[in-house]
Design a protein around this ligand. Structure first.
Ligand code: ATP
Ligand code: MG
Length: 431
């Protein structure tokens, strides 16, 4: 036998048991996004490579070493599997002139690709929910994003998620801080690691974001960006904090929070947990006022955030979040050719009335089919043998509770199923 094929390292299958959880989660997320007036947008998974180098920045982990880029063998185009969604979303907004109709509240979700070292909570194909608000300049929308996240954690019953906030100021303010930072880091150049030395001149702010424990002392004592931030940026930051405080959401100001992408300015935030080990950031975002213009659009302010679905789901399960597996209402068993034809008609008629129905496929005896009906989790079996088929009737049998099998005419089947399901709920003292 030839060796069986495996998925690409760091790229996971989501099998049905997990799939149920994902879909339950996605249902909650969709309701949550609608409740804030955000609308769906879907972008291609493949984009021109230059989109990401222009948007994210040449000297970032993502663009330097994490992108799945390739040359299209058919036409020589340089393409990349998207490592994040903001750049694509902004590209789409510019391309289709969405801002001409006014500010936009948008969201998307789907797979992202980064060539990182796979480990718990860090994959090469992972999934994000991204939320972007374009055309809004004030601190109100930044705060809205933070409040949104807090509400989702509440809806999911997540525990131990903390908010960290910072401001990156304006481009001018960052330039002044950058000069001071370079001067400081130059004094310590001999103690920097390879990444640090390489970034000293290209992207010194990112040196502050290092995870290398040997550099913590140096970065702790580095010039603080906040000391270079001017009145307008400070007022913006205070505006965000005021709304967040009003909402009763606790936060910590983390001066070293700089984010891994270059496009951010002013507000940046992360939601972190200690429950997931090293990969503790479940959501990250902030303001990116320069990006629309940088990608060729008419200048427009914007802010957004992205959540890592795998990390959120791990935390959700850790906090006791579960999804009931999707089970059918009715499982249809049938023996005989005439019975099979009636089975298909009965199942379609039930589905037309909104019931979830599995029709047995693959034949077999009543006994073996009833076993399948039982393990499907269905509440009812619709049983069709030769007798029933001849009479145009269906035997309806409760699988989870008391009650005898009753014979029902095909026309009366939807009402009879509704009655059984309704009574089941009442027996459970149900909702
Ligand atoms: P990290 O510091 O963990 O590498 P990041 O700053 O690169 O994160 P962002 O680009 O801000 O991450 O992406 C937003 C969120 O997407 C992260 O907070 C995280 O929850 C999730 N995420 C990012 N990279 C991965 C990955 N490789 N695997 C799983 N989730 C990820
Ligand atoms: Mg990263």
């Amino acid at each position: 036998m030839s060796q069986s094929l495996q998925a690409v390292r760091g790229m996971n299958d989501i099998l049905p048991d997990e799939g149920d959880i994902w879909e339950h989660f996605e249902d909650i997320v969709r309701d949550w996004l609608r409740s804030y007036g955000y609308r769906p947008i879907r972008m291609p998974i493949v984009e021109p490579t230059s989109l990401f180098s222009r948007a994210i920045g040449e000297v970032t982990d993502i663009v330097e070493k994490e992108m799945y880029s390739f040359v299209d063998a058919l036409n020589g185009e340089h393409l990349t599997l998207r490592p994040e969604g903001t750049a694509s979303c902004v590209r789409a907004v510019i391309q289709h002139k969405l801002l001409a109709a006014g500010p936009q509240r948008l969201y998307y979700q789907g797979p992202m690709f980064r060539h990182e070292r796979p480990q718990k909570g860090r994959y090469r194909q992972f999934h994000q929910i991204g939320v972007e608000a374009l055309g809004f300049a004030g601190p109100d929308v930044d705060a809205e994003h933070i409040l949104m996240c807090a509400r989702l954690w509440d809806d999911l019953g997540l525990e131990d998620v903390r908010l960290e906030l910072n401001t990156l100021g304006s481009a001018d303010e960052r330039a002044k801080h950058r000069a001071a930072l370079i001067a400081y880091l130059e004094q310590h150049a001999d103690r920097l690691d390879e990444d640090g030395r390489r970034r000293l001149y290209t992207n010194p702010l990112r040196v502050l974001d290092t995870k290398n424990p040997d550099l913590q002392e140096i970065v702790e004592a580095a010039p603080r960006l906040l000391d270079f931030v001017g009145d307008e940026s400070l007022a913006h930051f205070e505006g965000v904090q005021a709304i967040v405080k009003d909402a009763g959401i606790p936060f910590r100001i983390n001066h070293r929070l700089v984010r891994g992408l270059d496009y951010y300015n002013r507000t940046v935030f992360e939601w972190v947990t200690t429950r997931l080990g090293a990969q503790g950031t479940v959501c990250a975002g902030g303001r990116y006022d320069g990006l629309v213009e940088q990608l060729g659009g008419k200048s427009a302010p914007a802010a957004g955030f992205a959540m890592g679905i795998e990390r959120l789901l791990a935390l959700w399960q850790d906090s006791g979040g579960v999804a009931a597996p999707a089970t059918p209402d009715v499982y249809v068993v049938h023996v005989g050719e005439q019975a099979q034809r009636l089975a298909f008609r009965a199942a379609e008629s039930l589905r037309a009335h909104g019931f979830a129905v599995v029709t047995h496929c693959g034949g077999g005896s009543f006994k073996s089919q009833m076993k399948k009906a039982d393990s499907s989790g269905a509440l009812l079996a619709a049983v069709i043998g030769e007798d029933e088929a001849a009479a145009g009737e269906v035997g309806l049998k409760p699988l989870r509770g008391p009650g005898a099998q009753q014979r029902i005419n095909l026309d009366g089947l939807p009402d009879a199923v509704a009655e059984c399901l309704f009574t089941e709920d009442e027996d459970d003292g149900g909702v």
